[in-house]
Design a protein around this ligand. Sequence first.
Ligand code: ADP
Ligand code: MG
Length: 475
Amino acid sequence: MSTSGISEDVLRDDIKGLGEVAKDTALLNGVLMRTKDTPNSSEVVSYAPFTLFPSPVPKSLFHQALEAQTHFNRLVDRISQSPDFLEEALSSTIKVDDFTARLFSIYRQVQQEPQTLSIVLGLNRSDYMLDQSPDGTTSLKQIEINTIAASFGGLASRTPDVHRHILKVANRLEESRQILDNNPAAGLAKGLAKAWELYGSERAVVMFLVEDVQRNIYDHRYVENELWLRDIPVIRRKFEDVCQTGSLDKNKRLFVGGQEVAVVYFRNGYMPQNYTSEQSWEARLLMERSCAVKCPDISTHLAGTKKVQQELARPGVLERFFPNEPETVAQLQATFAGLYTLDMGDEGDRTVDMALAAPDRYVLKPQREGGGNNIYGQDICGVLEGVKDSTERTAYILMDKIHPQPVSNYLLRPGAPLQPSQCLSELGVFGAYVRTGREMVMNECVGHLLRTKSCAHEDGGVAAGVAVLDNPLLI
Ligand code: ADP
Ligand code: MG
């Protein structure tokens, strides 16, 4: 955004006009979200928050992220099939973290039951930031992998056309032509469709398990409608519906409201608050015990915990999962930031000392998803001082803080003034895989998501109201 030779007022008017064009274009392209006031109604809706301009991303790092995805898919899948590893990795966490402990008890319970059919569907998103080191080099660093309810694949399929149009109107035709195609909705639906086909019953449905509050419904609808295009029936149900009308027959087929469910796609169930009653937990267990394909199954859900991420970064661990693939190991390891255990013992003690000595260099993370849970800066000292001598500290992991290069942009958000802000971006890469028995029948990278937030916020995604949708402009 060059300002040379243009007066501030003219520029402000131009940006304002462009902002209006941008909002209308988002609406016309279906980049939509329900409003805070009426989150369960489609009578009055708004645009999903997004950036006025795409953000620069170095081409080589973008491709590095895409190329790692099928390996991350395989890694998650292999972890999910490694009871000894999961048991060991999570043993300290489940003693102090009730949520992970509950998930783990469901895992143990279903492990003991004979599994009749093994079709596994993984739809995940590996998130990265581009770390700017003091010597000026930039490297791709993984923030986390989301193995449950990874969102915005739907809306991200619609944002490229919005930025293309804005750039044309802004007289930046060359850049407009550089905006990449992106269609994660189709790729995620392809995985769901494949799992549904393998399940092998025309009448059976794909069930989206959804939250009580559904502001982000349009993101789901893109994936849902891709399935309907393939003549695959979709229903949307809540935990409560499964409690009230769910059952298993003698072959462990899952029925909800009288309909047989081939695939349960969890867009809910990743936070403690999602389980509003004991019945929600019973519903989760019922679904896990069933022969419906679960996306994710409980072991894949656990494979996405932050504790597992930290254990994977230990020397020699990736090699256990890829014994004869040193290149794969190197490729994945290259994206790992420093991750440190807080387990009891010398190693954990050193982590505590390190964090207390330089809290600004780290992020302290509990086993939570959905944004807004991490601890930064001086707050790290406050929390660690309180828990450092007890096992409570093992509910957390410590991670090196990543420092992306700030870029100036405008964040468009309903009701917010249009003003330039210094922003940071996070790149997500969607993966989809299907395995039946021992055979991977699909393993693909199915698209990307760029989210951008103001530097003023340390944490939080789009759903948390902090980050907004964006597109990479490869440089
Ligand atoms: P969640 O499961 O809540 O999404 P994340 O690990 O993705 O947890 O962290 C949430 C947000 O916090 C990220 O989107 C990112 O903005 C910020 N964040 C997380 N880890 C780091 C890190 N190591 N360095 C800098 N920012 C981070
Ligand atoms: Mg995240």
